[in-house]
Structure formats: C-alpha cells, structure tokens
Design a binder for this molecule. Sequence first.
Ligand code: APR
Length: 247
Amino acid sequence: MQDRDKLEILVDWLLKSTHTVIFTGAGMSTEAGLPDFRSKTGLWKQKDPTKLASVEAMNQNPEEFYEFYRMRLATLGEASPHKGHKILALWEKDRLIQAIITQNVDGLHHRAGSNRVIELHGTLREAVCLKCKQVYPPQVLEGESIPRCSCGQMLKPGVILFGEMLPQEALRQADIESRRSHLFIVIGSSLEVSPANFFPLEAKGVGAKLVIINLEPTDMDDQADLLIRGKAGEILDYLNKILKDPD
Ligand code: APR
C-alpha cells in the first residue's frame, strides 16, 4: 500500500475517532536535535544505561552520573519543539486528540503548547531529593560540585532512572487514557522498555486501532493495524496538510 494511501487512512481514522491517544518516544525529539537511545546514533550505543542512568550509578559514580545529565540538560537547552510537536498541540486544541503519553523527559510537548501530557519517565525540567522529596529547578544540577538538597542528600534529576518505579499517578493516567482510546498512535519509539510498552497493547486490548509511526521496525509492528515508516515531524506535517486540504 502506498504511503499516501496509509496517510489518508490515518486521517480518516483521526476524524472518526472519539478518543485518540498519542504515545511518543525519543524518536519524536530527534528532529529537534536530541539523540534517541537505541537507533545507530542513540545514547545507549556509546554508554551502558544501567551503569549511568541508575540510582546505583548516582551513588557509586556521581561525577560521571552528573556529567551525563549536565550534558543532556545542555543539549536540551539548545533544542526547541519542531513542527510535529506544534501540530500535536494544535490537534489537542482542535479536539482531534485527547492526550499524549510520552516516555520523553525533554518537556518539548509542553513547550509546544500541549496540555494533556502524561510523562511516564519524569522530566529533566526539575531535580528532586530522594530523601525529603523536595523539588528544585534543573539549574541546581549545573556547575561542578555534587548538587545537594537543604537536607544534605544528593539531588537526582527529575527523570526515572533504571531500576526505579514509574510515577504512580502518571501510570494511572496513562491507564485511563489507553482504556478509553479508540485510536492509539505510537510515534518514535522502539517499544522495548516496559512498563511503558504495555500501553499500546492495553489500548489494542480494549479494541482501539493501533498505529505505529517509526523510522525503524519495532517489536510490536505485528500488532499494528497501520504501520508508517518515516520521520515523525514530516509525517505529522503530511497528515496535517491532508486534514486541512483533503482533495
Ligand atoms: N521519526 C520517527 N522515528 C524516529 C525518528 C524520527 N525522526 N528518530 C528516531 N526514530 C525511531 C528510532 O528508529 C527508534 O526505533 O525512534 C525509536 C526510538 O527508540 P528508542 O531510542 O529506544 O527510544 P524510546 O523508545 O523512547 O526509549 C524508551 O528507554 O532508555 C529509556 O527512558 C529511556 O524513555 C526512554 C525509554
């Protein structure tokens, strides 16, 4: 089937769906200049995440741990939402989509103007104390020294590290949205990480149509009702153009 036909089918499904959920991964932000994790240029191709992005790494190897997150914060400072992020924010305003569940911690959906954004893996836009749970702005992580809370404990970036539980409220909200969905569109995720990768299957389980828009094959391609190979920003731009000018 031609890609144009697939895009037209997806536009038809978008217009007919009464509850559409978007599920994004790092592939949604590569066109904004942020690396993903598992494609050939991804962050985890050069580094072992469990030795870097874990609470153990923070305690046993704080210098490397904080250097890694300072690097990520610096690249985030140079990034801004691309046209795909802005189109999703527009679609929320036009009530074409009802929620975004994201694995991303870059805050680009919020900065593009989306409101109903469920951040499963936390956010780089804050730091938190593991002991007293006090929240700080991300700037506390900058500089050379180890950032500490007023209670003396080391501060952790507001992201969920490997081995940590996902935020209960985000899981609860993502569960509600997935169960309500009639159309569930995955954009830019390898779908390799659980429990985040449970939600596309949950949506499918309640009868939603599952669409996967991704540059490379994913572990769940065989579950998809529609597969679109391509770049997130470009595909969303094409879809938006068809929506605006159907003929
Ligand atoms: N458009 C569409 N797809 C893209 C684009 C793009 N511009 N750029 C990359 N991709 C695809 C890649 O081919 C890859 O399959 O996006 C996918 C990104 O997959 P991952 O790098 O595994 O990222 P993600 O699925 O978000 O990882 C989930 O793993 O390390 C943890 O917490 C981290 O939230 C992250 C989680």
